[in-house]
Design a protein around this ligand. Structure first.
Ligand code: ZN
Length: 377
């Protein structure tokens, strides 16, 4: 059998198992962080009898299945959610690895640049670094989404520390990473002239084009600037939309937590995909909103999960989406005009909504968690 395929299979199993363990940790984080509890102390315990959970009962998936979702000590049931989140995180890590490195769907050019390494079943460290950035962002979005679904709130401890992590990754992988040095930049310039599209790196695009002299391609401060611009743009778009919509409709729409979520995601992906992801998120948002309306009869829609999905979708379809919106992002005047027109349109629309539907009924209290189900944290 081809040695590369064996190597690849091992990496895939490895990232899947890593994802399962991450899911187990994220689940604990999602239970503890909304109450500002420590992540490290105390260790995992049953919330029903407060007994510590032995390490062998805490092995992702296996532990849950062996005990059939019950506490070994008091037999309280642990929600099947634990199992599902672990599997979801495992599949998420694996999917990111396959999409990013194996299939190179974002078109970074892993196979062109590291053909020999990849052919021999190894993965270059540059690819691991970008994958790690994606996996961390995915984990943060997942835990934020669980909190948003459960508490209609995204803890600042997640979004702020996530924003810091994003800035670290941005600084470590400045555009056009993993292309390096003057040769890489020359190649970039040549290709832009031909195709009007950038090669993607951790940041799909540089913060500004053409890059001014004080922001050279590949410098760590260029990467940092890109991360900061992403965080600010992501947060700003949510705040502006929230403000304008609130002005017209006379009630609050987006939570501030959604803005914090895009603050965090923007630090990872840069400002162009961060802005796009808000609009991409409207599609899953509408589907989820209808689902919530049918199932719970409630209008309160947690937008966090859709926003997280929007970020990941924009990130991976960027090679296709990017060139289509390039005209908008490469010309500041067009961008300002469009934002103005968009804000005006939203104001009119939200005011019409206010006229049509009248004042909103008071919203009922959020559904409480099922008290029959014990939690493990
Ligand atoms: Zn127990």
């Amino acid at each position: 059998m081809n040695i590369a395929i064996i190597g690849w299979a091992i990496w895939c199993v490895g990232v899947f198992v890593l994802g399962l363990s991450a899911g187990s940790f994220l689940q604990v984080a999602a239970v503890r962080l909304p109450y500002e509890k420590s992540l490290l102390w105390p260790g995992s315990h049953c919330m029903s009898c407060l007994r510590a959970i032995a390490w062998h009962d805490n092995i992702p998936v296996v532990g849950w299945l062996l005990l059939q979702g019950k506490c070994r000590n008091c037999k309280a049931t642990f929600s099947v959610r634990y199992l599902l989140v672990e599997i979801f995180a495992g599949l998420g890590f694996l999917t990111l690895f396959v999409l990013e490195v194996v299939l190179d769907v974002r078109g970074v050019g892993w196979w062109r640049q590291y053909n020999w390494t990849l052919q021999s079943g190894l993965v270059p460290w540059q690819a691991w670094l970008v994958w790690a950035g994606e996996a961390v962002l995915f984990s943060l979005l997942l835990v934020a989404s669980i909190c948003d679904l459960e508490h209609q709130e995204i803890p600042l401890s997640i979004t702020l520390s996530g924003c810091l992590m994003g800035l670290v990754f941005s600084t470590l992988c400045p555009w056009p990473f993993p292309l390096e040095g003057p040769a890489g930049v020359a190649q970039v310039t040549g290709r832009i002239a031909e195709e009007m599209r950038f090669p993607v790196s951790l940041h799909p695009w540089p913060v500004f084009w053409p890059l001014p002299g004080w922001l050279p391609a590949g410098a760590w401060w260029t990467g940092l600037a890109s991360g900061v611009a992403g965080a600010l743009a992501g947060n700003l778009v949510c705040r502006v939309i929230r403000f304008v919509y609130g002005l017209g409709r006379g009630r609050e729409s987006l939570g501030l937590g959604d803005g914090d979520l895009l603050l965090m995601a923007g630090a990872f992906v840069g400002w162009q995909p961060a802005l796009c992801s808000f609009f991409v998120a409207l599609a899953p948002g509408i589907v989820m909103g209808l689902g919530f309306l049918l199932l719970r009869g409630s209008q309160a829609l947690p937008f966090g999960p859709s926003l997280g999905l929007g970020v990941l979708i924009s990130w991976f379809v960027w090679p296709w989406l990017g060139p289509k919106v390039a005209w908008l992002f490469l010309d500041p005047i067009t961008l300002v005009l469009l934002v103005g027109a968009g804000a005006g349109g939203l104001l009119v629309l939200s005011f019409l909504l206010r006229l049509i539907s009248g004042p909103d009924p008071e919203e009922g209290p959020a559904a409480e968690a099922d008290p029959e189900t014990a939690t493990k944290a």
